[in-house]
Ligand binder design. Structure first.
Ligand SMILES: Nc1nc2c(ncn2[C@@H]2O[C@H](COP(=O)(O)OP(=O)(O)OP(=O)(O)O)[C@@H](O)[C@H]2O)c(=O)[nH]1
Length: 333
């Protein structure tokens, strides 16, 4: 939608489904386009922005709220600023990709490009792409409203993480999705690998189908209510962490609280290591891998976020602090 020339793609999908992985695939593919990226994160610290593999793309972080609620005004301002900067020759871009939080309703974000006359004359909504975690989506649909909205508004739905499910589960997911959104195109992927020609430059945003899903879509949108039961807790810590204590903590946490942990992720500073430890988890599925060395110009600090139900903030804070590496004893004089 929109009559402008600059395509906009909205990446959405529930927590941990593979949106940032898809964004990185888009950015690292050689398509010859310059992409301006807007990343909106749930929680109060920036982690995704630090995990995006960008070279000279312009990455804009929106951390002060959810893109579909309070920050919609900010989104308009940000897009306007991008246009001004492009006009002045400070930056150039051929496309905008917006990654929403895992708890966003993409409806209001799409609306921005329809209602705002100035924006809709410059931008054209290309596709709303919803990434689905095939391992967890059925339970997510049973428990939360957000995945229904994300699937309902999609033009393209990527059934991701198909390495973690069998074909009968995939059939059940397809049927469930078809009930919510019979018109979206379904793709299957592992690690969000799809041909970019299947998701970009399709211009499949279809107002009719959005109105079928939400007859009030063209009304001025009422604030979106997130699932009240979901909260987040984040840590930023300069003191290095002890790898062994961290492993024990995670093993214990996943065993006892895995069901409630919708998403946990972080970039950790581990004692004795020159590389960042990238820490990723969705429920019981957890991975920790060292990636690149810390750069001289970046703060060597751990950033960690938990998003989930019934988070015991006091206990988690205590457990996190117990993972700090033992401070060296002061030298005796
Ligand atoms: N096994 C498996 N893991 C995957 C696949 N796709 C992504 N992952 C992993 O799932 C985790 C979450 O992926 P992200 O791309 O960060 O997910 P996201 O949707 O951006 O997460 P949030 O922004 O936190 O909601 C990471 O550890 C990925 O490496 C897949 O197809 N199979």
């Amino acid at each position: 939608m929109g009559t402008g020339e600059i395509p906009v793609n909205i990446l959405t999908g529930f927590l941990g489904s593979g949106k940032t992985t898809l964004l990185n695939n888009i950015l690292t593919e050689h398509h010859g386009e310059k992409v301006a990226v807007i990343v909106n994160e749930y929680g109060d610290i920036n982690i995704d922005g630090l995990l995006v593999l960008h070279s000279d793309e312009d990455i804009i972080q929106m951390n002060n709220g959810c893109i579909c609620c309070t920050v919609r005004g900010d989104l308009i301002k940000m897009l306007m600023n991008l246009l001004v900067a492009q006009h002045k020759g400070d930056i150039t871009f051929d496309r905008i990709v917006i990654e929403t939080t895992g708890l966003a309703d993409p409806g209001p974000v799409a609306q921005t490009f329809i209602f705002d006359e100035a924006l809709s004359s410059v931008f054209a909504l290309d596709t709303i792409i919803t990434v689905v975690d095939s391992q967890h989506i059925i339970e997510q649909l049973d428990s939360f409203e957000e995945p229904q909205e994300q699937i309902g508004f999609a033009d393209i739905i990527m059934l991701n993480k198909i390495d973690l499910v069998d074909s009968s589960r995939l059939t059940a997911i397809r049927q469930r999705i078809h009930q919510i959104n019979p018109t979206a195109r379904l793709l299957e992927s592992q690690h969000s690998q799809v041909a970019l020609s299947d998701i970009l430059d399709i211009y499949s945003f279809d107002l009719e189908s959005k109105l079928m899903f939400d007859p009030d879509f063209l009304e001025v949108h009422h604030p979106h209510h997130h699932s009240d039961s979901v909260t987040s807790l984040s840590f930023i810590e300069k003191h290095p962490l002890d790898m062994e204590k961290l492993n024990h903590w995670m093993a214990d946490l996943i065993t006892h609280k895995g069901q409630d942990l919708l998403r946990y992720k972080g970039i950790l500073n581990v004692e004795g290591m020159n590389e960042r430890l990238i820490f990723q988890g969705v429920h019981m599925l957890f991975s920790g891998t060292f990636d690149r060395p810390w750069q001289p110009n970046e703060a060597k600090e751990s950033r960690l976020i938990f998003i989930g139900k019934h988070l015991d903030q006091h206990a988690l804070t205590k457990q996190f602090n117990q993972c700090l590496a033992t401070r060296p004893l002061p030298l005796k004089g």
